[in-house]
Design a protein around this ligand. Structure first.
Ligand code: FAD
Length: 435
């Protein structure tokens, strides 16, 4: 074991909690600074009428071994429920099921040759192991080469635009590769069926138990403590000051915040690392959740190919979770991924409601205003670091020029999609590098 030190961890999301857990288990003294009044960050939950569920939709895959390992450690893994889910596609004003090969073969928007090329692309992508070479190719070039112009224009381009907006032009092929890898992993186990998991009680239960576990181990958690500044103290230690002006000394400080927020913490970083952190391009998300009196479909995910809808896709959570969790209501998320400066962030809740629900009612004429029992949008500006060309080469190191101050955030996920499993992996891997 390394000699016990004092560590300040900024941010109590999954990344901060995992780092705190591992450091404490190694005998260090750990303090988490969390600006909110509970831990969890993006996995946090909100009240929807009388019930509480994740602010942003979350699912666990059978292949999420890091997530399952943590759940086991905090005594929750056995409560996981695994459910076979279905996927839908909305195209030309119609909803199609796309959950197995037979349905795929019937999918009208594509002819037989298109179907073969699309299938071959996905199979090929699932077998590529050299992700580094994909970082050098634009995703649109790669997909056009593999699938041809027709499939690219009918399927890939609308999907890329829905997920990335115009940013797809700067995104590397590793984006689609990692997405396909994750979806393939979900189907690997079992009979190539999509098995998704969730914990009854949602991430609210996971975060509560995780926080209790950390506290029982002796991790100090400071709620409502917004870290403001990290600087070198005369004693040689790092002084961490919060927004209320309280400060404490630590041997080491790790910021788990997104690049722009981490950069704002210290004036002592070099120009070149500031440039590298500022070079990371993020996408944000506007994510309304609604409770309805009846289901809108039987699909957990509905991918949207039509370009007029304001949302990127539809997640019908109650196609996965038991309706006992939601008082019998259907829980649906309407996520829209956008640039951090998108004007949608400035819209009022009422404006968003009218834009998003208007489109939902148009898509599903059997749903109307009287079916809605709850509406509420959750937003986050810096969520997902775009895998741009040569991403891993341009990424800043975790060690900063301010000695013993580290920046370890989800932008360090270089060959995976943003998810809890990868976030835990980054936390554990980067911590090993640090200590
Ligand atoms: C719409 C959406 C859907 C998702 N779906 C899935 C899914 O299905 N499955 C899956 O595995 N993953 C999913 N994810 C990804 C998952 O939520 C993230 O990978 C994970 O939560 C990232 O954790 P983090 O600790 O890196 O960041 P965060 O959760 O952002 O944590 C950062 C923390 O820092 C705190 N903070 C901010 N500023 C300060 C400050 N100055 N001082 C102190 N604290 C501060 C914040 O309050 C927050 O708690 C989804 C994410 C989104 C947005």
């Amino acid at each position: 074991m390394t000699e016990p030190k004092t560590w300040g961890i900024i941010g109590g999301g999954i990344l901060g909690m995992t780092i705190a857990l591992r450091l404490r288990q190694a005998g260090h003294r750990v303090t988490i600074y969390e600006s909110d009044n509970k831990l969890g960050g993006l996995t946090g939950s909100k009240k929807m009428g009388n019930l509480t569920w994740d602010s942003f939709y979350h699912v666990i895959l059978l292949s999420d071994l890091n997530t399952r390992k943590i759940l086991k450690e905090i005594g929750l893994e056995e409560e996981l429920k695994w459910v076979e889910t279905k996927t839908g596609f909305y195209s030309d004003g119609k909803l199609y099921s796309m959950s197995n090969l037979v349905e795929y073969m019937k999918f009208p928007p594509l002819n037989l040759i298109d179907k073969f090329r699309l299938g071959a692309t996905i199979l090929y992508a699932s077998r590529v192991s050299d992700w580094k070479s994909l970082e050098k190719i634009h995703v649109s070039d790669w997909l056009q080469k593999l699938s041809g112009k027709s499939v690219f224009n009918k399927i890939w381009l609308p999907l890329l635009k829905a997920k990335l907006g115009d940013n797809y032009r700067n995104t590397s092929a590793s984006f689609i590769w990692t997405t396909i890898q994750r979806m393939y992993a979900a189907r690997k186990s079992g009979l190539k069926k999509e098995m998704f998991g969730y914990l009854p009680g949602g991430y609210e239960k996971i975060n509560t138990r995780f926080s209790e576990h950390l506290q029982q181990l002796g991790v100090e958690i400071r709620y409502g403590a917004k870290a403001k500044q990290v600087q070198k103290d005369d004693s040689g230690k790092l002084k961490l000051t919060d927004a209320s002006g309280n400060s404490d000394l630590f041997d080491h400080v790790i910021s788990t915040l997104s690049a722009p927020l981490s950069l704002a913490l210290s004036e002592d970083l070099s120009a070149s690392e500031k440039e590298k952190h500022s070079g990371i391009k993020y996408l944000g998300v506007i994510c309304p959740s609604i409770l309805l009196k009846k289901p809108i479909s039987s699909y957990y995910v509905t991918n949207i190919i039509d370009t007029w809808t304001p949302f990127t896709g539809i997640i019908e959570m109650t196609a996965l979770i038991d309706k006992k969790e939601t008082e019998g209501y259907s829980l649906v998320y309407l996520p829209k991924y956008v640039n951090p400066d998108d004007p949608l962030f400035d819209k009022t809740d009422e404006e968003l409601r009218s834009i998003f629900l208007g489109a939902l009612f148009r898509m599903y004429p059997h749903i109307s205003e009287e079916d809605i029992v709850f509406w509420g949008a959750s937003n986050a500006r810096y969520v997902f670091a775009l895998p741009t060309i040569d991403y891993s080469v341009k990424l800043p190191p975790i060690k900063t020029s301010l000695e013993n101050f580290y920046i370890v955030n989800s932008a360090q996920i270089i060959n995976g999609t943003l998810n809890v499993n990868e976030t835990i992996q980054v936390a554990e891997q980067k911590l090993r590098e640090i200590i």
